[in-house]
Design a protein around this ligand. Sequence first.
Ligand SMILES: [Zn+2]
Length: 405
Amino acid sequence: MNRRDFLQKSTAVGVAGATLSFAYQEPVQQPRPMQPMPQGRIPYRGPNVILIRFGGGVRRRETIDDPERTYCPFIYHELYRRQGGVLFPNMEIESLEGIQTSHGQGTLYILTGKYDRYEDITGRFLSDRFEAKVPTLFEYFRRKYDVPAHQALIVNGEDRINEEFYTFSNHHVYGIRYRSTVLSLYRFKTYLLRKDIADGRYEGRELEQKRRELEMMENRDYRVENRQLVALPEVDEFWRKWREFYGRTGFVNPRGDRLLTTLSLWAIRELRPKLMMINYQDPDYVHWGPRQFYHRAISIIDEGVREIYNATQADEAYRNNTVFVVVPDCGRDSNRAMPVPYQHHFNTRSAHQIFGLIAGPRRFVPNERLAVDRVQQQIYVAKSIGEIMDFPTPHAANRSLLAAT
Ligand SMILES: [Zn+2]
């Protein structure tokens, strides 16, 4: 994406987010009828997995290339070096036709374990509404195990509405029944509006308008047939407490990637997730120019991972029972002709070059302090998590990172 596109897109999303009104209505299509949950799902007793999307595109140079000059010292020195992590410094997004090095695509490569060509389903310029055609990790997980939706979480930023929709694929055997649940300010605002309407805060014309607004917000994912099933009592309770603490404005709580950390810490305490993906994104602000945004954003994510790690260590059920997986959605350019060489991620060699890290107790991650130099693919992350949590990932690339250790 070039700078102008980025600005346009950011502005559009920013305005929409601030006013809770949307300039367009999502296309309404008929979802497939839901099949009942199959019998025989078993309770989950394996380790928890926290998947850190080191997002907004980060390349190796500022993260794992040089231990002395890394902007993520916790991830590099603690998680990898001291806590028994395995580092995959030569992970890449394969160069194939139609495969893009960008955020939505990379996130779906991680979630599905498959490189795929994604086209926006809405047909609108830069709306980046992609749908996974093969199941996501969360669907595999919840199809095998009897884990409620509020314990399979995706924590999202406030200005990437398109990413609200990666919670399930359109695969006929999997899909919405096994979806994950999103925590984000967008979901909080939806909760507030739904609650306000129910509590009689509005009347007359205003009530009508608010009802339409809510319908639009809830229907942005037209694939969801039964809204009752999407509003989970556990998540409503989560937002009720959040509002009690932070109020309703959205200006008191932390913002940006710090917000994602806070949401994740709250989630661990209140919802007890088994599988949680955190979609960090702020290093991407370097599209705007200032290079220190990028360095600083990497450090803020690193600090967030430290806080989340500490929270798991202070919690009986998570301590010695949690595996961290860290992987960027994509890399960034190394274009010396640009004033900021890593401003964008235009499918260049360096934008394909990422890394992976798996760290956790030895019984789940056998080799420690090991760097596996062989080239690994980003899509191997899916099967690796499947192995750690013991569920099959039949539509994902059939290679696990742990097999290489
Ligand atoms: Zn970007």
